[in-house]
Design a binder for this molecule. Structure first.
Ligand SMILES: [Zn+2]
Length: 98
């Protein structure tokens, strides 16, 4: 679910126009994606446990990261670089970049 930028009511996150106030919805402002700084901190400190992947909704690889210590550190390192470069996306395709 997303929220209308204008009236603040709950709207379908695929909605183009708010059904409550009729205003155009700016979808990029409705994403609840992780901020980049938070993402980096979580990935650096908890990334070896796959926490950042669970938070991104990527449960499958999150479990994999948890069991293999971030693919023996390699996947963890790649994720740190990806998050830092602003191209890490959550399961909805929202980029962790603010
Ligand atoms: Zn509205």
């Amino acid at each position: 679910m997303a929220f209308c930028n204008t009236c603040g009511k709950e709207i379908n996150d695929k909605a183009v126009v708010c059904v409550h106030c009729g205003c155009k919805v700016n979808s990029s402002n409705n994403s609840e994606s992780m901020s980049k700084v938070t993402g980096i901190l979580i990935t650096v400190f908890l990334g070896g446990l796959g926490v950042h992947r669970f938070m991104a909704g990527k449960t499958g690889t999150g479990v994999l990261w948890l069991l293999t210590a971030g693919l023996l550190g390699i996947g963890w390192l790649v994720d740190i670089i990806t998050v830092c470069s602003g191209s890490f996306t959550d399961v909805n395709g929202n980029v962790w970049a603010e």
